[in-house]
Design a protein around this ligand. Structure first.
Ligand SMILES: [Zn+2]
Length: 152
């Protein structure tokens, strides 16, 4: 006889702050104060990681030199969201992984200024390889949403 599995309903709603760490703190301060996107170069293999991190997950060497990347880049992947998700803008909206010029990895963010009246046409405008540029918000808070991408 199978044992009964009892399910207990629960909900977590936790507001918290955490220290971003040395590397991410510099990244967000540069974004907020200087409207610059800074990647970081692996001290061993030399690839430029964006967003920056403290070590290279490919060769496990510590990160080294800071490198400004962008302001343009190439879409590597994208999606258009048509359902409401808590904490996101009202749908439809698009996000894309963009490899900024000078970086070896891609960073996710919203793509603004798209016409969603025809979703297939919107998707075609975001196809892999499409060039985009970074657009900074006037009021920046040191958050990833301080910038967005738009089609070049
Ligand atoms: Zn490396």
């Amino acid at each position: 006889m199978a044992e009964e599995l009892v399910f207990i309903p629960g909900r977590w709603d936790i507001t918290y702050n955490y220290a971003a760490g040395k590397v991410s703190s510099k990244f967000f301060a540069e974004l907020r104060d200087n409207k610059r996107l800074m990647g970081i170069k692996c001290s061993r293999c030399g690839r430029v990681m964006m967003p920056p991190r403290g070590f290279c997950e490919r060769c496990f060497a510590p990160a080294g030199e800071w490198v400004e990347v962008g302001p343009e880049g190439t879409i590597q992947a994208f999606t258009i969201t048509v359902e409401k998700f808590e904490g996101n803008p009202d749908p439809p909206f698009a996000v894309a992984y963009v490899q900024l010029d000078g970086a070896d990895t891609a960073m996710l963010n919203y793509v603004r200024g798209l016409d969603f009246s025809d979703l297939n046409r919107a998707a075609e405008s975001l196809r892999v390889g499409t060039r985009v540029r970074v657009v900074y918000k006037e009021q920046r808070a040191g958050e990833v949403t301080d910038f967005e991408y738009e089609l070049v």
